[in-house]
Design a protein around this ligand. Structure first.
Ligand code: NAD
Ligand code: TYD
Length: 355
């Protein structure tokens, strides 16, 4: 079996669902159920004996030791993290705690377990660390996309904490020989995405007739990948990636934020027209994010060359699926919009004046 951390979050839940749809290898899913973790996303696995959910924290070494001893996983896939840049600006402490201290604790527990294995199991064991392209910093308009050898130049508390965790993972391989893999992926979108990130926020706000807050001039560029393509890439790297290597994962799909927002509006105009007029009327330019990275872009050729992975979805197919998913899952959206969610919206948007 495999141990997945953060499997009740956006990408982790998609990964667990896709994993169990594609094979019968059981999953122990460890998640602290922070505001970003939703058991609801895993409801279709209720009663499935291949899925063992554990409510707990990756900084809890005793719990980790117990889970390794009891379940003896052949691999760890580590998603658990604080993941939202804006939240990291308001409160960086939790990012250091989970992303740095938590990854350290998980590495130590994994190393303890791995050291106790026989030679064959030791060789086969994998620690897969899921990371982000944001560790590389920001690109100029004409710079080539990030390769795996690009300098680490993180600019936000979030990306700095992820960069620190990537370095720990690398060091645990070089110093102790732990068989690690690291993937650095671009911005994901798709089902079960918590509606505080750009794409789901725009869908949910538009449907509620609320303003669509675009930071700054809306010309910041991100490279968008459908979440299920990310999950497929992780499965490939876990199965066949070279130990100690890092692989960039991206969609070859760079777009400025304002274009993303307008695409969401156009799809909603088609699929759920509002008698009041096009959803674009709700677009509202607001105060920019401090230190806002201008452009991210991923060069994913290493992954394609070595493992033959390519994204299956184009942005056009993926975003249509995503908008449809939100239209069909109003109940999921309603349930994740708790008091804590509304407090966050107040905290992040109240002081952003319309530009
Ligand atoms: P998310 O915020 O949606 O989910 C994170 C999950 O981790 C939640 O279920 C949360 O409850 C859990 N968690 C948080 N702290 C924990 C702790 N201390 N112990 C145990 N569980 C804890 O994040 P996501 O978007 O699914 O991202 C997953 C991973 O992928 C992260 O490591 C992130 O850095 C990385 N990543 C995300 C993106 C993206 O676009 N979302 C892109 C590239 C890489
Ligand atoms: P986000 O989804 O937070 O991902 P990240 O910051 O990790 O790339 O934001 C994606 C882009 O959208 C980013 O450039 C910030 C911008 N953005 C807005 O313009 N308005 C918003 O309300 C949010 C949440 C993000």
């Amino acid at each position: 079996m495999i141990l997945v951390t953060g499997g009740a979050g956006f990408i982790g839940a998609n990964f667990v669902l896709d994993w169990l749809a594609s094979c019968d290898e059981a999953v122990v899913n460890l998640d602290a159920l922070t505001y970003a973790g939703n058991r609801e996303s895993l409801a279709s696995l209720d009663g499935d004996p291949r899925h063992h959910f554990v409510h707990g924290d990756i900084t809890d070494r005793n719990l980790l030791d117990r889970l390794f001893a009891e379940h003896r996983p052949r691999a760890v896939v580590h998603f658990a993290a604080e993941s939202h840049v804006d939240r990291s600006i308001h409160g960086p402490g939790e990012f250091i705690q989970t992303n740095v201290q938590g990854t350290f604790t998980l590495l130590e527990a994994a190393r303890g377990f791995w050291s106790s294995l026989g030679e064959a199991d030791k060789k086969a064991f994998r620690f897969h660390h899921v990371s982000t392209d944001e560790v590389y910093g920001s690109l100029g308009r004409d710079d080539p996309p990030f390769t795996e050898t690009h300098l680490y130049q993180p600019n936000s508390p979030y990306s700095a904490s992820k960069a620190a965790s990537d370095h720990l993972v690398r060091a645990w391989h070089h110093t102790y020989g732990l068989p690690v893999l690291t993937t650095n992926c671009s911005n994901n979108y798709g089902p079960f995405h918590f509606p505080e990130k750009l794409i789901p926020l725009m869908i949910v706000n538009a449907l509620a007739g609320k303003p669509l807050p675009v930071y700054g001039d809306g010309q910041q560029v991100r490279d968008w990948l459908y979440v299920k393509d990310h999950c497929a890439a992780i499965r490939e790297v876990l199965a066949r990636g070279r130990v100690g290597e890092t692989y960039n994962i991206g969609g070859w799909n760079e777009k400025p934020n304002i274009e993303i927002v307008k695409t969401v509006c156009a799809l909603l105009d088609e699929l759920k027209p509002d008698p009041a007029g096009s959803y674009e009327r709700l677009i509202s330019y607001v105060t920019d994010r401090p230190g806002h990275d201008r452009r991210y872009a991923i060069d994913a050729r290493k992954l394609e060359r070595e493992l033959g992975w390519k994204p299956a979805e184009t942005f056009e197919t993926g975003i249509r699926k995503t908008v449809n998913w939100y239209l069909e899952h109003g109940d999921w959206v309603a349930r994740v919009q708790s008091g804590a969610y509304r407090e966050w919206l107040d905290r992040n948007y109240a002081d952003r004046n319309a530009a």
